[in-house]
Design a protein around this ligand. Structure first.
Ligand SMILES: [Ca+2]
Ligand SMILES: [Ca+2]
Length: 96
């Protein structure tokens, strides 16, 4: 029996999620972008500077939004069915 490692789907997710988020950010989508044109979106205390904590909080919100999109049934975990659906929607479906 050939055992599939679990790192590959995780790696694929990380790469694809980063690409999707970067793409959204580059194209100015609000809410899911890695980057924003408006510094104020990250500058929560409005001092015109972005600390690492503010930067981290901004990206954590985006990461959570991406996770919530993957977690279609909102049970706070991504299962194989949800993952497979995500891959299929994005043309990266599993081949057996
Ligand atoms: Ca600030
Ligand atoms: Ca789920």
């Amino acid at each position: 029996m050939k055992k599939t490692t679990t790192i590959l789907p995780v790696l694929a997710f990380a790469i694809f999620a980063a690409a999707a988020l970067a793409f959204a950010g580059i194209h100015g989508a609000d809410g899911f972008g890695m980057f924003t044109k408006d510094l104020g979106e990250m500058d929560t205390n409005a001092d015109t500077l972005v600390t690492f904590d503010e930067y981290e909080a901004f990206h954590s919100r985006n990461l959570k939004a991406a996770f919530d999109m993957l977690d279609a049934n909102s049970d706070n975990v991504i299962d194989d069915e949800e993952w497979t659906q995500f891959l299929n929607v994005h043309g990266m479906g599993k081949t057996m």
